[in-house]
Write a protein that binds this ligand. Structure first.
Ligand code: SF4
Length: 388
């Protein structure tokens, strides 16, 4: 059995499984689970399931068996994040805000904490868009609660993440709606979910695959690749191109930002794309050592980019700190990331702006990306809290 906490017992992962089970068993509470894109690449690894068997819809089935009321895919709000972040990028590019330093993605709380403590002069360059986890919670506690006709306090939003930093992200004082309710009540890691499945003696191999619930269930290939390094950048560029030109680019036009899996690759990847005559210089980095090198190069003026994606874990969320641990020391982030790109290739819709449920959400509730309501619900102020 691998040790998943500090060997001297000084540091332990926070385990939220008992609190989540209490919420599920409480008949007064409506439980809503969201499953992050990267979880589907790994949740079956320690349960004896093959990658073909360990589908995200089978995991949805496991949650229904546990007694959860609604199950959704965070890929939905990954598409929503693209709508907000892509629009924000174009707005900041046009406003000349990126003349010196780029806009950074902000969906990785490990990176947000790193930049706040190590390079505070760059905090203003973070996208203000909340992460998909937080956007999902914000939509569930407002739009979805309204559709159900219940107050947001009645809903317990539980996320399943490949990540430990998501636990602290959902506890931030800024991650609340107008009612004062937390967007997300509990963030479980993939490992915690595996423990819950085992504790409840659920025979996952025989659980039927079940679809996600309406009305937040549509997701695209662009949302799915969020779980791999380069995925957020690629998804954002696909939709930024559409927002500028009114036409879709060839869907794989931005594949140069993907991880090649080759050893000895540079500390970060870069590519320049032209969108209606405007060059967009993009860079993608994962792992905090590489990120430190990139931040230094930016501050020294050695490199210049317009848009940078940062993921704290090497290989992105597919290799996240909350994913199953194996004793063979084999790095699985790249192979898991390839699973996500394979899923993207096979999907009928691969552009976030074509997500039907996201379009309905804007039509019925948010009006437009960066609208007043979207700013209140889906954006945050990274300077409004201090690092402990
Ligand atoms: Fe969490 Fe790691 Fe993904 Fe960042 S890269 S969101 S720290 S799993």
């Amino acid at each position: 059995q691998c040790i998943t906490h500090c060997p001297v017992g000084a540091l332990r992962e926070r385990d939220d499984t008992a609190k989540v089970m209490r919420a599920i068993e409480d008949p007064e509470v409506i439980t809503v689970v969201q499953i992050a894109p990267a979880v589907r690449t790994a949740w079956g690894e320690n349960l004896g399931l093959s990658p073909e068997e360990a589908t995200v819809n089978r995991l949805a089935g496991a949650f229904r068996q546990l007694g959860v009321d609604y199950v959704f895919d965070t890929s939905f709000s990954a598409d929503l994040t693209i709508m907000e972040e892509g629009s924000e990028f174009l707005h900041r590019l046009k406003a000349g805000d990126l003349a010196r330093y780029p806009m950074f993605t902000s969906c990785c709380p490990g990176w947000v904490r790193f930049v706040k403590s190590q390079f505070p002069q760059l905090v203003g360059q973070l996208s203000t868009s909340k992460s998909p986890q937080q956007m999902f919670g914000a939509v569930v506690k407002s739009y979805f609660a309204q559709k159900l006709g219940v107050p947001p306090e009645k809903i317990c939003c539980i996320s399943v993440m490949p990540c430990l930093a998501k636990k602290t992200e959902c506890d931030l004082p800024t991650m609340k709606g107008d009612s004062g309710c937390k967007d997300v009540d509990f963030a479980l890691t993939t490992r915690e979910v595996v423990r819950m499945i085992r504790a409840e003696h659920i025979d996952v191999a025989h659980i039927p695959e079940t679809p996600f619930d309406r009305i937040l269930n549509d997701y695209t290939g662009a949302g799915v690749i969020f779980g791999a390094t380069g995925g957020v950048m690629e998804a954002a560029l696909r939709s930024a191109y559409f927002l500028v030109t009114g036409e879709n680019p060839p869907v794989d036009a931005f594949r140069d930002v993907r991880d090649s899996g080759l050893a000895g690759e540079r500390q970060w990847r870069e590519a320049t794309f032209e969108i209606q005559g405007t060059p967009v210089r993009a860079a993608v980095v994962s792992g905090l050592g590489n990120t430190r090198a990139l931040c230094r190069a930016l501050l020294n003026g050695q490199v210049h980019y317009d848009f940078v994606e940062v993921m704290a874990c090497p290989g992105g969320c597919a290799g996240g700190g909350g994913q199953p641990i194996h004793c063979d020391d084999k790095e699985r982030a790249f192979t898991r990331g390839q699973v996500l790109y394979g899923l993207d290739q096979g999907m009928a819709v691969r552009f976030s702006h074509e997500n039907q449920d996201v379009q309905a959400l804007y039509r019925d509730y948010l009006e437009a990306p960066l609208s007043h309501r979207a700013e209140r619900l889906l954006h945050t102020d990274h300077t409004a809290w201090d690092m402990p």
